[in-house]
Design a protein around this ligand. Structure first.
Ligand code: PMV
Length: 328
């Protein structure tokens, strides 16, 4: 009973930050993301066997203790499949771990799908999304390709909180995401701790939640119309809103570094020089930028990003979502 799955990160353009239920990973707001292609990916093999004396996790060749959320995902799968076998998870990240590149999203999505397949379950994308969500909120969006919305839902049991596809990856093939690395170290405050502190202490966060409905509908329209200027403006303003709320958290959470701010300024200068918007930045729980642009501007944007603060850039297109490499 073994399956291998590859999943890729997603980058949110309307961000998830703050939970209404920390155990079920239920968010306070819906979010929208773009699943990236397999330039960066996590490959995870799950095997259930009576030969294993306990659950085991080997991450990038090294043995690790399973996180509670990973254990919970496995338990849900075992219960559904009516099996009581232990599992061996072997996972490899083809991306810098925990630098705000959503490696938890690709990892937890790959685990959810591989575990359910290895147990012989044939879950719908909605069920897989909810299973991935238990591992890490943003992972529920990585079970689908293209443009994805995680609908926050209202129910206490979380059965209405899952991701749906807004548009397929082929909808906007010209879109590029240039991952702009200024610092590849691990993030200081895990998003899980950070977002709860925000919910508990930030007054600005309440305002953000009140107005995020307009941001979500504006973003959906921009994506469906492939209106890059509108998409870019909402993306940058939304990232800035998130990081303002982080600073309004007490004690404050500061993910943006001086280098991040240099990147932001470089993008604004580039747009100004062009007399139109050709690039947009967004930042998650880390200092590295995700810079969106269109294929025709890619070289120009990369040139603008050639600055001492930028260590490396990795360009991704919109991806098609997880792949099953083999089945039992
Ligand atoms: O699911 P987590 O705990 O990795 O939280 C992700 C939070 C952000 O990346 C900052 C925003 C998002 O929607 O992906």
């Amino acid at each position: 009973m073994k399956a291998t799955v590859e999943a890729t990160p997603n980058i949110a353009v309307v961000k998830y930050w703050g939970k209404r239920d920390t155990r079920l990973m239920l968010p306070l707001n819906s979010s929208i993301s773009i699943t990236l292609d397999d330039t960066l990916k996590t490959r995870t093999t799950v095997e259930f066997s009576k030969n294993f004396r306990e659950d085991e996790l080997v991450l990038n060749g090294q043995k690790h203790a399973l996180k509670d959320e990973q254990k919970r995902q496995l338990d849900i799968v075992r219960k559904r499949a009516k099996i009581s076998l232990n599992a061996k998870i072997a996972s490899e990240n083809f991306l810098p771990t925990a630098a705000g590149f959503a490696s938890s999203a690709s990892g937890m999505a790959a685990l959810a799908i591989a575990a359910s397949k290895a147990a012989g379950l044939d879950l719908s994308s909605r069920e897989l999304s909810m299973l991935a969500r238990i591992g890490s909120g943003s992972a529920c969006r990585s079970v689908l390709g293209g443009f994805v919305e995680w609908q926050a839902g209202n129910n206490a049991d979380g059965l209405d909180s899952f991701a749906i596809q807004i548009a397929q990856e082929s909808h906007w093939p010209e879109l590029r995401n240039i991952i702009t690395i200024v610092d590849a170290r691990q993030k200081k405050v895990p998003s899980r701790t950070g977002m709860q502190r925000t919910v508990e202490t930030s007054k600005l966060f309440k305002k953000r939640i009140q107005t995020i409905g307009d941001t979500l509908s504006g973003m959906k329209t921009a994506i469906l119309k492939k209106d890059f200027e509108k998409f870019a403006i909402i993306t940058m303003q939304e990232s800035n809103s998130l990081h303002s709320v982080m600073l309004d958290t007490f004690p404050p959470i500061i993910y943006l570094s001086d280098a991040s701010k240099e990147v932001m300024e470089a993008i604004h200068s580039l747009n100004e020089e062009n007399g139109k918007i050709i690039a947009a930045y967004t930042f998650d729980a880390g200092p590295n930028a995700h810079v969106f642009t269109l294929q025709k501007y890619e070289n120009e944007v990369k040139k603008a990003l050639q600055m001492p603060e930028v260590k490396e850039t990795i360009t991704c297109k919109v991806g098609s979502g997880p792949k099953l490499i083999n089945t039992p």
